[in-house]
Ligand binder design. Structure first.
Ligand SMILES: [Fe+2]
Ligand SMILES: [Fe+2]
Length: 278
């Protein structure tokens, strides 16, 4: 089996660094003090939060599926350094899935079923892809969306536990976005060096992919218009911000790869990669 004989390329220092950082940053749902008294006591607000969190929990679980699916693909492509990192990304999404499951239990509510929320399921199904760069361009939308929503939960501070969960997830999401940048930057740097003419076409293809995934996000937010308004989240503003940041991040990864290949710029450091486009 050829795929088991390829070892990680230790000279890919950024990939190795993000993998080590992810290993050291692991935490568990049991670190959260779930018995902290709830701040939300209104049944109506709990109902609304139960609906708002449906695409969040769904996004975490969909991410767990899609990241896990990419692990063997990267192995087959001999990109073992990336494969190592993705094992931690999968663990992160598994943890997020567990966190929101426990939070649902805390507020005694359940996520909406598929027949009541088809837009949510349709959005998640758009992200699945077997080509790593295509997948990363699509997943940018859901990762940036998760980041923006966690920032909103922290700002609103509806419940102390939800704020703690949001804090932890934001640190994990920063790494996911950092890896997204590093991987795409390397990919476009290689493309520019080896097949310059293909770089532009591929950039366009990834932008189309991002836009297509993004077009499925608006109906998700529209379906929750009343709930979002009532808890204080402006869905138009959040949609615009997600689109802007996701496109900007993709642009920056493509440009950084090209400039690196041309010898005009050093490869981004890990801390820059996490912040890029934010
Ligand atoms: Fe997540
Ligand atoms: Fe994530």
């Amino acid at each position: 089996m050829k795929i088991y004989k390829v070892l990680p390329d230790l000279s890919k220092t950024r990939q190795m660094k993000i993998w080590h950082k992810a290993l050291r940053s692991q935490w568990s749902a049991t670190d959260i003090k779930w018995d902290t008294p709830q701040r939300i006591t209104s049944n109506h607000l709990k109902d609304q939060l139960g609906r708002i969190l449906t695409p969040v929990l769904m996004g975490e679980q969909a991410a767990l599926y899609s990241v896990s699916g990419l692990i063997p693909i990267l192995g087959k492509m001999s990109q073992v350094e990336s494969q190592l990192y993705l094992t931690t990304w999968a663990v992160d999404e598994a943890r997020h899935t567990e966190l929101f499951t426990i939070f649902y239990d805390r507020i005694d509510r359940q996520p909406m079923p598929i027949r009541r929320f088809p837009a949510g399921y349709l959005f998640q199904s758009q992200i699945v892809a077997e080509e790593p760069a295509e997948w990363l361009a699509g997943v940018l939308v859901s990762e940036v969306m998760a980041k923006k929503l966690m920032e909103e939960f922290r700002r609103l501070d509806l419940d102390p536990i939800l704020s703690d969960v949001a804090d932890g997830i934001l640190l994990d999401e920063a790494r996911h976005l950092g890896f997204n940048h590093i991987y795409l930057e390397d990919r476009f740097s290689d493309l520019h060096l080896n097949a310059e003419d293909q770089g532009q076409g591929f950039a366009l293809q990834l932008h189309r992919r991002l836009d297509s995934v993004l077009s499925h996000l608006q109906p998700v937010l529209d379906a929750l218009a009343t709930e979002l308004k009532d808890i204080g989240i402006d869905r138009i503003e959040i949609f615009d911000k997600v689109g802007h940041e996701a496109r900007q991040r993709l642009d920056k990864s493509i440009l950084a790869g090209r400039r690196h290949a041309e010898g005009k710029q050093k490869a981004s450091q890990l801390a820059e990669a996490e912040l890029v486009g934010a």
